[in-house]
Design a protein around this ligand. Structure first.
Ligand SMILES: Cc1cc2nc3c(=O)[nH]c(=O)nc-3n(C[C@H](O)[C@H](O)[C@H](O)COP(=O)(O)O)c2cc1C
Length: 342
């Protein structure tokens, strides 16, 4: 099989084995406590969830994070996901466009996202840390993207039978991309979290957006293990940095670093907590994909509708009229998260 055929099949298998995966790690959002305000002096109608992201206004600090593209099923999934993105006025990231760098026929499954979201919406390109600056520009131009995600996924690659084994030179490469493209660059993990030390290295080469994509949701060690019959990787399923821990540690870098919280975001409380502990945006992948694939478009739409409504409710219950006010709310840390932060 040629490289792109393998890639296309792998994309389909990721969805298939993602739906079969079941191992549960914790995000540690459950260890964050935020106080209730019974005198908020606010009207639900005046709660303003709008925020700015990659130079555009978006209706909620929630985004549909990178998942798919490249195959026929991806076209269909991206069509439904972008309809949700458009309806709720939220950003959407594409799955890795590596396949579309060489296979022009696969580009339609990515371009459909911009067609549906429209020019006013936020669409984010996606490539790996091995991409060249020219490839990054090409991926951005393909969908007139507002920014590009570069994913770091060594844990996934190492468990993947056909995956990469050499991770040298990626930081230098990211520096080359960030200094040669005009659009913002987001570095993201894929579910294993970004440590403060790694975030500092990225910040020092010019990266200003980091999506921690931590542990507690989609688990690519399990997904790749299920695709691969040769070895048994079950003992590694608990590997990674819980999302809440990764986020709190990275916020201490400060400066003009903008953090995106993702990895195991399930409900509006996870979103609220992410924003209170310092995230600028919150990404969801697995929960939305599962709704769509197992229960259909209407269930996925309803899920997003409830997330947005409950975020408004929680903002009111913390006395916060605007998203920026959430960052100033006090919070307490307990349990395992507290131990890990000490
Ligand atoms: C089926 C599937 C495919 C994914 N493909 C990509 C990808 O191509 N590029 C990428 O950066 N992340 C990819 N991800 C990772 C997500 O963007 C996200 O970082 C991760 O799933 C953790 O978030 P979650 O727990 O909400 O799913 C994929 C996730 C899923 C579920």
């Amino acid at each position: 099989m040629k490289g792109n055929d393998i890639r296309r099949d792998r994309k389909k298998e990721h969805i298939e084995y993602f739906l079969k995966s079941s191992y549960k790690n914790r995000t540690l959002f459950e260890d964050i406590y935020i106080e209730h305000n019974s005198l908020p002096e606010l009207d639900l109608d005046e709660i303003d969830t709008k925020t700015e992201f990659l130079g555009k206004r978006v209706d909620f600090p929630i985004m549909i994070n990178a998942m798919t593209g490249g195959s026929e099923i991806s076209w269909e999934i991206n069509r439904y996901l972008s309809q949700i993105g458009r309806k709720y006025g939220i950003p959407m990231a594409l799955g890795s466009q590596t396949i579309a760098l060489r296979d022009k026929t696969s580009q339609a499954s990515f371009k459909i996202v911009r067609d549906i979201i429209g020019e006013d919406g936020v669409v984010i390109a996606n490539l790996s840390g091995h991409a060249s600056p020219e490839e990054a520009k090409y991926a951005i131009d393909m969908v007139n993207a507002d920014g590009i995600q570069i994913h770091l996924n060594p844990a996934q690659e190492l468990v993947m039978e056909e995956g990469d084994r050499n991770f040298k030179g990626i930081l230098k490469n990211i520096e080359k991309i960030v200094t040669s493209i005009e659009k913002p660059l987001i570095v993201k993990e894929v579910g294993f979290g970004i440590s403060k030390a790694v975030a500092e290295k990225l910040y020092n080469v010019g990266v200003r957006y980091i999506d921690v994509s931590g542990q507690g949701g989609t688990n690519f060690i399990e997904i790749e293990d299920r695709r691969n019959n040769k070895r048994d990787y079950r003992d590694l399923y608990s590997w990674g940095i819980p999302t809440a821990l990764s986020l709190i540690q990275c916020t201490s870098i400060g400066g003009d670093l903008k953090l995106i919280s993702s990895g195991g975001i399930k409900n509006s409380l996870d979103i609220l907590k992410s924003l209170v502990i310092g995230a600028h945006m919150v990404g969801i992948s697995g929960m939305l994909l599962r709704k769509l694939m197992e229960e259909g478009y209407e269930a996925a739409d309803k899920y997003m509708g409830e997330l947005t409504l409950k975020l408004k409710i929680l903002m009111l219950l913390t006395g916060s009229r605007r998203v920026e006010e959430l960052k100033r709310l006090p919070y307490k840390v307990k349990g395992e998260l507290k131990d890990l932060l000490e």
